[in-house]
Ligand binder design. Structure first.
Ligand code: AMP
Length: 217
């Protein structure tokens, strides 16, 4: 099963994508994680992307597409999993069209699109309280989903950090970009694929069971 998950920053799409991937035994491919890895490793791509990401802007399409294509087409991973869920890609109409090209070339297709809907005002609260594990990428919320030990990941003991782009001044910028650049993809996908809309303001487990029911997990 191949899925795309869409949703504003802070809608919970990363958390839900990880759960869906685990339950469906498919790959969770997050372009944000791929870019953050590149930044952490100091690769050429990472060096080009770091400042752009910290400012909450979009990394140029060709850079993200290269990362995505390499990951998507990784033969070893393809043979181990029965599909994928894309999280954070596509983010522009141009990326959506480029994705069709990559998938056509690989003989794959999108089976469904999950869209998590949320009020932008709720997002600022969520993201400024979000903490992400620097090593395993697990996500916490200081109020609604805190770690057992402050500053420490429950899963791996890694250090929990506030992402540069989760600072309040950057969040509004990211929301603006989502509305202008990413939302138009939804209209396109409504015409091409089955789109499952869920209310992202609900608790994590509730959103997950709603998605599971809709996509038949
Ligand atoms: P995310 O973890 O999905 O919120 O992504 C974090 C940041 O990485 C974004 O704010 C962008 O700067 C960059 N990024 C992630 N995915 C993309 C993409 N598909 N296109 C452009 N920039 C991206």
């Amino acid at each position: 099963m191949n899925l795309v998950i869409l949703g504003a920053p802070g809608s919970g799409k990363g958390t839900q994508a990880a759960r869906i991937a685990e339950r469906a035994r498919i790959r969770h491919i997050s372009t944000g994680d791929l870019l953050r890895d590149a930044v952490a490793k100091g690769t050429d791509i990472g060096k080009r992307a770091a400042g752009i990401m910290a400012a909450g802007r979009l990394v140029p399409d060709e850079i993200v597409l290269e990362l995505l294509r390499n990951k998507l087409m990784n033969d070893e991973e393809r043979s181990r999993f029965g599909g994928w869920i894309l999280d954070g890609f596509p983010r522009t109409l141009a990326q959506a069209e480029a994705l069709e090209g990559v998938l056509d070339g690989a003989g794959e297709k999108i089976d469904g699109v999950v869209c998590i809907e949320i009020d932008p005002e709720a997002v600022v609260n969520r993201l400024s309280n979000r903490r992400t594990c620097a090593s395993c990428k697990a996500v916490y919320h200081l109020v609604s989903n805190p770690p057992a030990v402050e500053g420490e990941c429950d899963a791996c003991g890694g250090k929990l950090v506030l992402r540069d782009d989760d600072k309040p001044e950057t969040i509004r910028k990211r929301l603006e970009i989502y509305k202008k650049e990413t939302l138009p993809i939804l209209a396109l996908y409504e015409k091409r694929y089955r789109v499952y809309r869920v209310d992202g303001s609900k608790p994590i487990d509730e959103v997950m069971s709603k998605i599971s029911g809709l996509i038949g997990l």
